[in-house]
Design a protein around this ligand. Structure first.
Ligand code: Q9C
Ligand code: ZN
Length: 342
């Protein structure tokens, strides 16, 4: 299978994040994508292509225009105000405050367009976000043009980004963008299968009231795990989307036995929906040694995930999301892909 990759992700580097009361180097770092790319090469998965340039029209199909306008302008404004390093929000319009009035200054805008402090901006962040978006769209076009599958090696990831919010290392929701792009290219139905350890709260929010994009999420129970405030089993969609959002929250310590049973159930629901194309939000932070996660999947389990998804017999685009155990991130991510191809 072909992989699409851009070196521009590497400018999104030296980010800082708040962890247990301390500001520390971010877990979402450039080596993640570099190690996956090296594994794609060493496993001879297939050619690695550069992304085609794209304007932001496809991003505006799933994100609010004012949010897309904010993303490229915030860091220049931050520097203009005499600051450097990571631009990070520290205040949010929570319940009872005015979340409907767009403020005018940098710190307020950062909070207005986010749900947490986990999507920092440094100098190269916007170029990385844009390249990640172009990687996703370029890989999406490969599958549209007849390839059975393709791998969008996106960095930064996307599934926590909603219509007008960033967070959890995510800015533009690459999987949502390509799902909508397939609809706009004529697909009647699209399924998004999110296997990242964390609930894809942004993806759910974007498609919650729609029946033309089915969203299936396997993740750690939001009662005890980030992103906490969405992803419960009773969230099934609303209006025209009723029945087209499916959540599989699982407890800490979940092993592949339990996790793969959930995947099997989700694949059954997906097959019944009979989409024209499947977009997999591919996170490998379900791994037993992931530094920020609490599931117990082993390296040998990842090819089995790819194999189960391949059994659906549908055109399938893989979009990279999370995974923070950098030593094994290449083995696990590429393991899913080789498992799919066997
Ligand atoms: N620093 C993805 O896997 N963890 N995002 C917060 C405190 C945030 C994960 C812990 C995890 C975000 C794409
Ligand atoms: Zn994750």
């Amino acid at each position: 299978m072909k992989t699409v990759y851009s070196p521009l992700h590497a400018g999104h580097a030296g980010t800082m994040e708040l962890n247990s009361g301390e500001l520390m180097p971010g877990f979402e770092k450039p080596s993640r994508a570099e190690i996956i790319r090296a594994r794609v090469e060493s496993e001879k998965l297939g050619p690695i292509l550069a992304p085609e340039p794209h304007d932001l029209a496809a991003a505006r199909r799933v994100h609010r225009a004012d949010y897309i306008d904010f993303l490229p302008t915030i860091y220049p404004a931050w520097e203009e105000s005499g600051r450097s390093g990571s631009a990070i929000p520290f205040t949010w319009p929570t319940r009872g405050l005015r979340g409907d009035v767009r403020p005018e200054t940098i710190d307020a805008l950062l909070g207005f367009y986010s749900f947490d402090a986990g999507a920092p901006f440094v100098k190269g962040t916007w170029d990385a976000i844009k390249s990640s978006y172009e990687v996703a769209l370029t890989a999406a076009a490969l599958v549209k043009n007849g390839e059975r599958t393709a791998f969008a090696l996106c960095r930064p990831p996307g599934h926590h980004a909603g219509d007008a919010f960033m967070g959890g290392y995510c800015y533009i929701n690459n999987a949502a963008v390509v799902a909508q792009w397939y609809r706009d290219q004529g697909a009647a139905r699209v399924s998004i299968l999110d296997v990242d350890y964390h609930h894809g709260n942004g993806t759910q929010q974007i498609f919650y009231a729609r029946g033309d994009v089915q969203v299936l999420n396997l993740h750690a129970d939001p009662m005890v795990e980030y992103p906490f405030f969405l992803g419960h089993a009773d969230e099934k969609g609303e209006g025209a989307g009723e029945g087209f959002n499916l959540n599989y929250p699982m407890p800490f310590g979940t092993t592949f036995e339990t996790w793969s049973a959930a995947l099997d159930d989700a694949c059954g629901k997906l097959a019944a929906y009979a989409p024209d194309v499947v977009v997999v939000s591919l996170g490998v932070d379900t791994f037993e040694k992931d530094p920020i996660s609490q599931f117990k999947l082993k390296c040998a389990d990842y090819p089995a995930i790819g194999c189960r998804i391949a059994k659906l017999g549908l055109p399938t685009l893989f979009v990279m999301e999370g995974g923070y155990a950098v030593d094994e991130i290449g083995v696990n991510a590429v393991g899913v892909l080789t498992g799919f191809e066997e």
